[in-house]
Write a protein that binds this ligand. Structure first.
Ligand SMILES: C[S@@+](CC[C@H](N)C(=O)[O-])C[C@H]1O[C@@H](n2cnc3c(N)ncnc32)[C@H](O)[C@@H]1O
Length: 233
């Protein structure tokens, strides 16, 4: 599909509905509200990062549905970078097309919290280097509000993009979900160095930590073969 193709309206609507239903059954807001209220000494940033709800991921889910997440035995391997307690992974892990739906974060408490809420796969690791992961082992990677200029420095974002390209299969997709800025434009040089090319983007209204916004999932494929850095097998 060409760059800037039409948004997948059907997939986005389905994604929004599925996530709303999951959020209701899962009582996701009660869970996170209780976690933030109960945890003495949680920093302001940690409390903010805990307040992640399934509905926030509708643009990314639209792309994942289009990749076959609802097709039985599709065998997709998905990793969410900076997933905190992995609320989105808990939703995805039961879809018939998913073989792996893993949450990666540096915050051990957040991953432990996710595990108590039945998150199956949690990885304590750095999303910049992704050194814990094998090259060419994943179909889908999601970075949501992670490659943000005032959150990470540009060299970290460039390093993260390189690492993401390496751990994806040749036909794998990197999903970068952001709002308020054009990631492809802002990081054109780093994306080119990493060999990542925009395939499409999906934009729609979704909840963010600042209220409902037009949120975009930028979908990148590997334009050229990526050679794993030394030491990554
Ligand atoms: C996805 S970011 C989003 C932050 C916030 N929404 C914003 O836009 O400023 C938050 C999560 O990323 C995790 N995180 C930050 N740096 C990381 C790194 N280098 N490796 C893995 N996880 C990281 C944090 O622990 C936290 O759970």
């Amino acid at each position: 599909m060409g760059q800037h193709a039409q948004p997948a309206a059907d997939s986005f609507a389905r994604a929004t509905g599925l996530l709303a239903e999951f959020e209701r059954h899962d009582r996701s807001r009660d869970k996170t509200g209780t976690a933030v209220a109960d945890t003495a000494g949680m920093s302001r940033q940690a409390a903010l990062d805990t307040c992640k709800y399934p509905g926030m991921y509708a643009p990314a889910l639209a792309a994942i549905l289009d990749a076959g997440a609802e097709e039985t035995d599709r065998g997709l391997r998905f990793l969410h970078l900076g997933a905190n307690h992995g609320t989105f992974c808990r939703f995805l892990q039961d879809l018939p097309g998913m073989r792996l739906s893993a949450a990666l974060d540096l915050d051990l408490d957040a991953l432990r919290r996710g595990r108590t809420w039945q998150l199956r796969d949690a990885i304590l690791a750095d999303a910049v280097s992704l050194a814990a992961l094998r090259a060419g082992s994943l179909d889908l990677l999601l970075a949501e509000s992670l490659y943000v200029p005032n959150y990470w420095r540009p060299p970290q974002i460039a390093g993260g993009l390189d690492a993401a390209a390496c751990v994806l299969r040749d036909d794998g997709l990197l999903l970068v979900q952001e709002w308020g800025f054009d990631f492809s434009r802002g990081f054109a040089a780093a994306l080119a160095v990493a060999g990542l090319r925009e395939r499409r983007r999906i934009t729609g209204p979704a909840e963010t930590q600042q209220g409902v916004r037009h949120v975009t999932c930028f979908v990148y494929g590997k334009g050229e073969k990526c050679s794993p850095p030394a030491g990554r097998a």
